[in-house]
Design a protein around this ligand. Structure first.
Ligand code: HEC
Length: 190
């Protein structure tokens, strides 16, 4: 009963209004709607092109951060020993050179595949909290600003997947196959 009354009231209120609206008024409304739609479309375009610029800047920042943070030193074969003379297309593919110490033997992971397999949110979580085995400087990564870690993620992702996966971690009691950098036992503490 009540809804019907409401419906009636609504119809009664709007119908005559509509019927008596002059043609010019309707045209003004149509024009206003078109203008609003155009404005929205322009705003959306401006936003997406602004997004593109931001991404290009973010990627450039990532290239810079990766370079100065030394990620290539371990994650790019031959980088440190060649004085950084490795073309960018071969960066961060991981290495078969193991790092052996009391923790076992670790291999710098292939970051070109790694970043393809996780979302930005997952990367922010991992890079902000995960403790890796030596000599990965996870403590440095954790101190990097969120924005720089985002930049690193997007830069490495843009490089695309490349190279074979790095060998698996070898526990301390097992002999690794292939070359290793050997960490000596720490000197005795007094
Ligand atoms: C001194 C050598 C070294 C440097 C420098 C280095 N890494 Fe690593 N990284 C490693 C090793 C070795 C591992 C494998 C660790 C393990 O097996 O726990 C690793 C693992 C990782 C992982 C995998 C973490 C996980 O367990 O999921 C990420 C991501 C990573 N490194 C990113 C970086 C970034 C980004 C930089 C530059 C800021 C960097 N690394 C610099 C040696 C290095």
């Amino acid at each position: 009963m009540i809804p019907r009354v409401h419906l009636h009231a609504a119809t009664a209120a709007s119908a005559p209004h509509h019927q008596h609206m002059p043609a010019w008024q309707r045209q003004v409304i149509v024009a206003a709607v078109v203008v609003a739609a155009l404005l929205l479309a322009t705003a959306a375009m401006a936003q997406s092109s602004g997004g593109k610029t931001a991404t290009a800047a973010l990627i450039e920042r990532g290239r810079y951060v990766v370079t100065i943070a030394g990620c290539n030193d371990c994650h790019t074969p031959g980088y440190a020993v060649s004085g950084g003379q490795v073309p960018e297309q071969h960066w961060l593919i991981g290495d078969r050179l193991g790092w052996r110490g009391p923790w076992g033997t670790t291999y710098p992971v292939n970051l070109r595949h790694y970043m393809q397999q996780i979302s930005e949110a997952e990367w922010l979580e991992v890079s902000g909290s995960k403790v890796s085995r030596p000599p990965m400087p996870w403590f440095t990564l954790q101190r990097m600003s969120r924005q720089d870690r985002r930049a690193v993620y997007h830069f490495i992702r843009t490089l695309g997947p490349a190279g074979p996966p790095a060998p698996d971690f070898v526990p301390p009691e097992r002999e690794p196959v292939g070359p290793v950098v050997r960490f000596p036992e720490p000197p005795p503490q007094h």
